[in-house]
Design a protein around this ligand. Structure first.
Ligand SMILES: NC(=O)c1ccc[n+]([C@@H]2O[C@H](COP(=O)([O-])OP(=O)(O)OC[C@H]3O[C@@H](n4cnc5c(N)ncnc54)[C@H](O)[C@@H]3O)[C@@H](O)[C@H]2O)c1
Length: 254
């Protein structure tokens, strides 16, 4: 998924294209599932299918990691998990703060998948004084007056914004001024950030709109097939669009 944003070249310094970086989490998720089932090796075709990516693209992506697999055997699952985790910086602990602990912020705080992927929720911050000290997911909410101190005390470089849209830019400015250099923005607004700060925007309603477009297209094809006798699946070519492989972002550029 994902179109990279912002003040970064399309190719990172070590020569790995952003589009490849965006697919690495998909490979990692598929490989982790194989690892949990104690599968020792996997072919590029199997892994590509599990990740929802074209297998030639997968082989090209892995060549950037220096991983070519063994003919007739495939890729070593554990080693690839290690290589991709290292490339994504997941072999180190990333403390994350979530700002705005309403419906969404609380759901994110309760999501167990962050910790298992190396992201530790270090602090929860909200502007509502009534929430201060109340635990969410076992972590006491702290008041936004202390945002700068919280960022500095916890060495946070990644901030998640789940405030209303109207508050998001001011929250973003404070996070950046306090030293945060990566922001995951759930608020439906475009954030301005200085060079060197990465912003990724998640917008589920945009994803639904893209699905609605495809539904509409499928309905049109079904109608055309009924008229002209061409099977609708053949008319579609049966290629499922699943994000990076289909170049359709699920996480939007900020
Ligand atoms: N990206 C998505 O797919 C998606 C999905 C759902 C909601 N959203 C967005 O996420 C945001 C939160 O939605 P919600 O339903 O949790 O809203 P909510 O009203 O339940 O929670 C917002 C929280 O932000 C806090 N807040 C307000 N101003 C703040 C500030 N300056 N600093 C710190 N905290 C502040 C409020 O006190 C409240 O607890 C909204 O912008 C909403 O549009 C996005």
């Amino acid at each position: 998924m994902a179109t990279g944003r912002t003040h970064r070249p399309a190719t990172r310094s070590r020569g790995i294209p952003e589009a490849t970086v965006a697919r690495l989490p998909l490979y990692l998720r598929a490989l982790t599932a194989l690892s949990e089932r104690s599968v020792p090796t996997v072919s590029s075709e199997e892994l590509a299918a599990a990740a929802g990516v074209n297998s030639a693209k997968l082989r090209k992506d892995f060549s950037y990691l220096g991983s070519y697999g063994t003919r007739g055997v495939g890729y070593d699952v554990e080693y690839l998990v290690y290589q991709i985790s290292r490339e994504l910086g997941l072999t180190q602990d990333w403390p994350v703060v979530i700002v705005g602990i309403g419906n969404l912020g609380a759901a994110l705080a309760n999501y167990g998948g962050f910790a298992s992927r190396g992201f530790r929720v270090a602090a929860l911050i909200d502007a509502d004084p009534a929430m201060a000290g109340k635990p969410v997911a076992g972590i006491p909410v702290q008041h936004s007056d202390d945002l700068e101190k919280i960022i500095q005390d916890n060495g946070v470089s990644i901030g998640v914004i789940a405030t209303p849209a109207g508050a998001a830019q001011a929250v973003c400015d404070r996070l950046v001024a306090a030293g945060v250099t990566s922001i995951l923005n759930f608020a439906p607004t475009v954030l301005s950030v200085p060079d060197g700060v990465d912003v990724r925007k998640v917008d589920l309603s945009i994803e639904l709109q893209i699905l609605a477009f495809h539904e509409q297209r499928k309905a049109g094809e079904e109608a055309a097939a009924a008229d002209g006798g061409v099977p609708a699946a053949a008319a579609r070519g049966e290629s499922a669009d699943q994000g990076p492989d289909g170049d359709m972002p699920a996480v939007m550029p900020a």
